[in-house]
Design a protein around this ligand. Structure first.
Ligand SMILES: [Zn+2]
Length: 81
């Protein structure tokens, strides 16, 4: 289930198919993955536990609007927004 991308949706076309274009270490034993939509090229960033455990559960507790603003903020921090 490590590759499950539940809850991740492209903001460009709404699909859930991404390829990982970059994986980097993040604080607090996390791994940051930069993903690119296979359909429209929209970039989004996810954080996962280093062991491979997805943070999807935490993200799912957010409302879509909260998740959107969180992702927007991360993208801005990374200079992608
Ligand atoms: Zn897309």
């Amino acid at each position: 289930m490590a590759e499950t991308e539940k809850g991740i949706r492209c903001r460009g076309c709404g699909c859930g198919h991404f390829s990982v274009v970059k994986t980097t270490r993040a604080p607090r034993n996390r791994v940051m993955r930069k993903r690119e939509c296979r359909h429209c090229g929209q970039i989004l960033v996810t954080y996962e536990a280093a062991a491979g455990e997805q943070l999807g559960g935490e993200l799912d507790e957010l409302t879509p609007k909260q998740r959107e603003s969180l992702l927007t903020r991360v993208m801005q921090l990374l200079g992608l927004g």
